[in-house]
Design a protein around this ligand. Structure first.
Ligand SMILES: [Zn+2]
Ligand SMILES: [Zn+2]
Length: 365
């Protein structure tokens, strides 16, 4: 059987990425607007459909429209390189991978830049100045390559959630940010010729953070120092406040696996030169709990206690966290990148500011 549709992606001289769109699912509908080709790994057979098909898994086997197939990998290819997964539009081709016994994954296969098209809008607004968007594109491209193969054991490189980078496919694309992905094609950040990790966050609130103060088990990373940043001052909701009743904190901590009695006080016991809390001590009726401020923040709700740059005050039987910043504070401050671009800095200068000592290089196959 000949292949009706040519492999469009093979023509693109850039890395091909496998993105896990549906993971650990037992049922999915896939297809396209027109005719599409379905290939079966084991038999090398192909079939053509012009209506969406339903994939299911039962007793270790995949089923296409209730018909059992012996292949563990099914591919789906369309003429216009547009596919539908549960009604949502994506580019490229699809692979359905049997992760027996109980579930399968639907994986989108596409060139790296087309993947980036579906990332940027989830990070920053396409209405931001172009130089800030370009800085975000280069950081996101570097991040993707650095984390390539993170989910290799499940049959794809990256997933589509915050675990990797939030990715929304064709429906998340924007004409302007797509053009800026194209304008910076192949550009990545390196330090001493090595691909770097490029963390970024909403806004720092005055100082970026040393990653060792946020995550455990790290050694010093030269290109991620604490930097004074005055560029994010205009960020919306620059200052925030979160109030928790004592009993609420107790129930969150105990749901998080901590053995906690009636809380007597909560104190910051270690603070970064950036102004962020590093460690929190919770004294309760039966003892003490020491935990990393970032971990505490994630437990309480990352969108409620938005960063570890806070002060704690007691108010009756509640605790109030007054803070600034959004996110972990490491690497590029996104609102700061916007502020720098508005002041006339270009994306190279923005990246150099937040990842000092790094170099932009052209990715090579
Ligand atoms: Zn992931
Ligand atoms: Zn900042």
């Amino acid at each position: 059987m000949f292949l009706l549709f040519s492999a469009n992606i093979a023509a693109a001289a850039q890395p091909i990425i496998h993105v896990g769109i549906l993971r650990n699912v037992t049922e999915a509908t896939v297809g396209s607007k027109g005719l599409f080709e379905v290939g079966f790994s084991k038999t090398a057979q192909t079939s053509y459909y012009n209506h969406p098909i339903t994939i299911k898994i039962k007793n270790n086997s995949l089923y296409v429209d209730s018909k059992k197939v012996i292949s563990d990998r099914i591919t789906l290819r369309t003429e216009d390189n547009q596919v539908l997964i549960n009604g949502r539009k994506y580019r490229g081709t699809l692979e359905i991978i049997n992760n027996a016994p109980k579930s399968f994954a639907v994986v989108e296969v596409l060139p790296l830049d087309e993947y980036l098209y579906g990332i940027i809008k989830h990070e920053i607004s396409p209405k931001w100045p172009e130089e800030a968007i370009k800085a975000q594109v280069v950081a996101a491209r570097t991040y993707a390559l650095k984390n390539f193969g993170k989910h290799a054991k499940d049959g794809y490189d990256l997933c589509n959630s915050t675990c990797c980078q939030v990715y929304g496919g064709l429906e998340s694309e924007d004409r302007i940010s797509n053009a800026l992905v194209d304008a910076t094609t192949g550009e990545i950040l390196t330090y001493q010729s090595e691909l770097i990790s490029t963390p970024y966050h909403g806004f720092c609130g005055g100082y970026t953070e040393d990653p060792r103060n946020v995550w455990e088990g790290l050694t010093k990373i030269k290109y991620l120092p604490i930097k004074k940043c005055t560029y994010c001052k205009k960020a919306p909701r620059y200052n925030w406040s979160a109030r928790f009743e004592r009993t609420k904190i107790e129930s969150i901590l105990s749901a998080g696996g901590f053995n906690v009695g009636k809380i007597k006080n909560i104190k910051i016991t270690d603070k970064s030169p950036s102004g962020r809390a590093i460690e929190i001590r919770i004294t309760h009726k039966d003892g003490k709990i020491l935990l990393k401020a970032n971990k505490f923040r994630l437990l309480m709700g990352a969108d409620v206690i938005r960063s570890a740059m806070f002060k704690i005050k007691k108010d009756k039987d509640a605790y109030v966290f007054d803070g600034t910043g959004w996110g972990h504070g490491v690497g590029m401050c996104q609102e700061g990148a916007k502020g720098m671009a508005e002041k006339g800095f270009n994306y190279r200068q923005i990246l150099q500011f937040y990842y000092p000592g790094t170099e932009i290089k052209q990715w090579a196959l």
